[in-house]
Design a protein around this ligand. Structure first.
Ligand code: SAM
Length: 897
């Protein structure tokens, strides 16, 4: 089955004539390794093919194939640059490592977690034991809970070890424009975002909430692209946008750019990326250890079917790269047709402008194999039949009846007879002879002789051309499973030749921001002028109607430049009308109205799905035949009264730019949610230009952007008290992005006991808040007396707290920031049930929002079962107690009467 690709795996495994003698049913292998899943982990074609490719030395074959049959270990990485990073790392070393060392299961010692020696700062971890064993010991079960909780809140990412590798070779810097071409489900995108905000490090001080660069995460599958949006809320970033394009047809977009020279004017340039990750759809046979179905479905033709798409994506990526930029090509396939053949073909096509970078001295502790300099190609759709070590192309009339020598078919019968006597060494020639022959064809020219129509449909680039060593193909890297007990993976680092222009080699983000600054200054002057003329006009009672008029005027004033820019781009897109406007008032701000507590966080995913289904903006621009139906992405005018209320209420530092607030409706009106983007994302969306209606430029349409930045503020329903200065509250997902932009004096401080109270009580009244007379400046005293109504952030300070459930003292190692809402007569912790429960478990070891302390939602079936069991036990205990009480009562009554 193709991994993330199209059409792979169809008919796979259905080919006949695998062994000696055409049409003969393959005998069941004697050495097959059945595991509990009941799935057969053998595939003779797979073995034959990879032994022939020389993917590992013959003497390593046994270890290679056996490792592929073993279940995959558990691996995870600690999110870098967060306040929790060093705390979790310390917890791992000081608490969990000793706790998990020497644990016995069925008479054997379970290996303790180990640090991945090549992962920066010791943040990557692997436990060489299968998941089901983890759940069977008390110690590992506890650890599993820790992993689940920390993963939920984005402090840890559970990711396959090999999947962590490609982003590290990309070497992302904070000023980089990064494109993740095939990004879903997004584990590597998360690493790219982390690298952008903080160089991979354990220090929270290195976290930059507003780096100059940004990440574009793209996936051609609409559902998976929306999944990316949902996933990214675990690591919310104003510097991320999500696109839904066919990467093989990745659009070029124009942006405003300005050179460093002070006198230089803003110019329009095609945006080029500093870093590109092409983690392309592939056959995925490197994931055999976890995707057991591939054993059954694997077929060499899956790779042939994907080769062209992979090459097209890679070529488009190289085209989009800036001079001196770096692209990492990766697959989780072991197959040279999807790997070396694709890279070699791209290098030939780029004729010296791109080269492979030797990375042998980077991450030296990571064991990797060099790329293959040659390989064998098996073209066709499996319609070729074997006959006695020869094959006949039965599907093609031109070659019907022709018998063709199959490469590597020698001595099959003789060796097979020997096998009867003794089982041959895995990987040996005798062993190979027991496996089916594969219909390799030595060159494309040869295929043309054999089957011209098949040759016509088969890409020449699949075959080695003899120049591979020269192209540096040996610098490709293949991770084989037995070297580090991982999955299989392929990674290649490519770089585009630098140009003579130093500024071009630096990348475009900085120049885009220079242009944005200049255009912002112009806009500011213009806005001041407009404000002056507005002041002279009589004020309307609601103010907002006045606001509506101003942008329309501005569009007219800016019309000339905006129109030219858009028309040119529309032409490039092959269509005249930029956008078909949605009827007035038909906003599809589909968010669930925000009520207190339970409705605090809408189901983003459901909302996104609904948006995708309903769609309120179909501009008719197609990419790969897919209509673009997304709500517009519009930055709100600085003069909007809602923006003013946000700015005035929260007292952000200068780093917070109110121009970066974005909404999803064509009128640019904050209705229910406001997003925060980085300057650079605004520069991309607006093209640095003056702005025009629903879509300021064609960029969001061309890139089919489905999301930009992070949802930062939600309108608090019911906030109608005249004393309320700002109806907007900071959403919990945005705390990571917004907290560093707030003056520390504006963040409240609380103790663990205060948080425990808020986690336990739903909208407690101000009168009911516990207060100590001797501490007039305690958190609750402030909340009661001096706190303005509205949204606030609270830092819960490290400390200790004694649990009423088990009497144990719980310690909080690093501060936790939570949002609260101060209403007229009450206060509330603004987290939804699930967030409250997860936080509560993490900080207090129990769900305080539940009187029993139990978790209120289940993470997986196992936990569901555990919850059910503990609820039953509790009910039983209560029943028994009740019986005792009843007896006591009876006794009492008897005594009395
Ligand atoms: C190997 S997976 C990517 C895994 C991802 N990089 C990660 O680390 O989570 C390949 C992805 O490519 C997407 N895809 C397939 N064809 C594509 C195309 N033509 N353009 C963009 N994405 C494509 C699939 O939907 C799939 O999500």
């Amino acid at each position: 089955m193709a991994r993330g690709g199209r059409g792979g795996g169809r008919g796979a495994g259905r080919g006949r004539g695998r062994g000696r003698g055409a049409g003969r049913r393959e005998p069941r292998p004697r050495d097959e390794n059945w595991i509990q899943s009941g799935l057969d982990q053998t595939n003779k074609k797979f073995e034959a093919y990879y032994i022939d490719q020389g993917i590992v030395e013959p003497e390593e074959w046994g270890a290679f194939i056996q490792t592929l049959r073993d279940p995959l270990p558990t691996s995870f990485r600690i999110t870098s640059g967060k306040s929790t990073t060093s705390v979790l790392l310390r917890q791992m070393h000081e608490t969990y490592l000793p706790f998990l060392t020497g644990v016995q299961y069925e008479g054997e010692t379970i290996p303790a977690p180990k640090v991945l020696p090549w992962y920066p700062e010791g943040l990557g971890w692997q436990i060489d034991v299968r998941k089901n064993v983890l759940r069977k010991t008390e110690q590992f079960k506890k650890f599993q809970h820790f992993l689940v909780h920390e993963t939920e809140v984005g402090n840890i990412s559970r990711q396959e070890t090999v999947s962590m590798i490609p982003p590290l070779f990309l070497d992302v810097q904070q000023h980089h424009i990064v494109l993740d071409m095939c990004a879903a489900p997004g584990s590597k995108t998360a690493q790219l975002i982390e690298a952008l905000h903080s160089p991979l490090t354990t220090s929270p001080e290195s976290f930059d909430p507003c780096p100059p660069g940004f990440v574009v995460a793209n996936d051609s599958d609409a559902k998976r692209a929306h999944m990316l949006v949902h996933q990214s809320s675990r690591l919310p970033s104003p510097n991320l946008c999500v696109a839904n394009c066919d990467a093989s047809n990745w659009p070029s977009v124009k942006v405003s750019w300005k050179s460093e020279a002070a006198e230089a004017a803003v110019e329009e340039r095609t945006m080029r990326y500093d870093r590109i990750l092409a983690d392309v759809p592939c056959s995925g046979d490197g994931t055999l250890r976890k995707n057991l179905l591939i054993w059954k479905e694997w077929h060499p033709n899956t790779a042939s079917n994907l080769h062209n798409l992979q090459l097209r994506i890679l070529m488009r990526g190289l085209h989009s790269l800036r001079p001196g930029g770096r692209l990492v090509y990766s697959t989780c396939s072991l197959n040279p047709i999807e790997n070396e053949a694709v890279v070699a073909a791209a290098l030939r096509e780029c004729a010296g402008s791109v080269h492979i970078v030797d990375q042998s001295d980077v991450m030296p502790d990571l064991k990797r194999r060099r790329g293959l300099a040659t390989w064998k190609v098996c073209p066709g759709k499996g319609k070729h039949l074997f006959e006695g070590g020869r094959f006949v192309d039965a599907s093609s009339s031109s070659s019907k009846g022709k018998k063709v020598e199959v490469e590597g078919a020698e001595n099959g019968e003789a060796a097979a007879e020997e096998e009867e006597a003794a089982a041959p060494e895995p990987g040996s020639a005798a062993y190979r002879a027991t496996l089916p022959q594969v219909p390799y064809v030595s060159s494309w020219q040869r295929l043309q002789e054999l089957d011209p129509s098949l040759a016509e449909r088969t890409s020449k680039t699949m075959w080695p051309q003899g120049d591979e060593e020269e192209l540096g193909i040996r610098h490709c890297m293949r991770i084989v499973p037995q070297d580090q007990n991982t999955g299989g993976f392929f990674v290649t680092v490519l770089e585009k030749k630098a140009s003579g222009d130093a500024e071009e080699n630096e990348g475009m983000a900085v120049g885009m921001l220079r242009a944005l600054d200049m255009l912002d200054a112009e806009r500011e002057a213009q806005e001041a002028q407009e404000a002056e003329s507005t002041a002279k006009r009589p004020l309307s009672p609601d103010g907002e109607a006045e606001e509506d008029e101003a942008p329309a005027k501005k569009v007219k004033q800016d019309g000339e430049t905006a129109e030219v820019e858009t028309e040119a781009q529309a032409e490039e897109m092959g269509q005249e009308d930029e956008a078909e406007e949605k009827p007035e008032g038909e906003h599809s701000e589909n968010e669930v109205p925000d009520g207190p507590d339970t409705n605090v966080k809408p189901d983003n995913h459901a909302v996104d799905r609904q948006k995708a289904r309903l769609g309120n903006h179909d501009n008719g621009v197609n990419s790969g035949g897919m209509p673009y139906r997304e709500d517009p992405l519009v930055h709100v005018s600085q003069r909007n009264p809602q923006v003013h209320s946000i700015v005035d209420f929260f007292h952000f530092t200068d780093k917070f730019n109110p121009r970066n607030l974005l909404v999803r409706n064509k009128d640019g009106q904050p209705l229910r949610s406001v997003y925060l983007t980085s300057n650079s994302i605004r520069a991309l969306i607006s093209g640095g230009g003056p702005g025009k209606g629903a879509h300021p430029t064609a960029n969001p349409i061309k890139m089919r952007l489905i999301n930009a930045g992070t949802k930062a503020f939600g309108r608090q329903e019911g906030g109608r008290d005249p004393k309320l200065q700002c109806k907007w509250r900071i959403l919990s997902d945005a705390i990571l992005a917004l907290r560093p932009l707030m003056a520390p004096s504006n963040i409240l401080k609380a103790q663990m006991s205060d948080l425990a109270y808020l986690a336990t009580h739903h909208y407690p009244t101000l009168e009911s808040l516990p207060e100590e007379d001797d501490k007039p400046d305690s958190f609750f005293s402030l909340v009661k007396k001096d706190l303005r109504m509205g949204s606030h952030l609270v830092d819960v300070m490290p400390g200790t707290w004694t649990s009423p459930f088990d009497g144990e003292t719980k310690t909080l190692d690093s501060l936790v920031t939570v949002p609260i809402w101060r209403a007229a007569a009450s206060v509330n912790l603004m987290l939804d049930k699930q967030e409250k429960s997860a936080l509560s478990f993490r900080v207090f070891g129990a769900d305080l929002s539940n009187p029993t302390g139990d978790r209120q939602f289940a993470v997986n079936k196992n936990q569901q079962a555990q919850m059910k069991a503990s609820a039953e036990k509790r009910a039983q205990r209560e029943k028994e107690q009740q019986l005792v009480l009843d007896e006591e009562e009876l006794q009492r009554l008897e005594n009395e009467g």
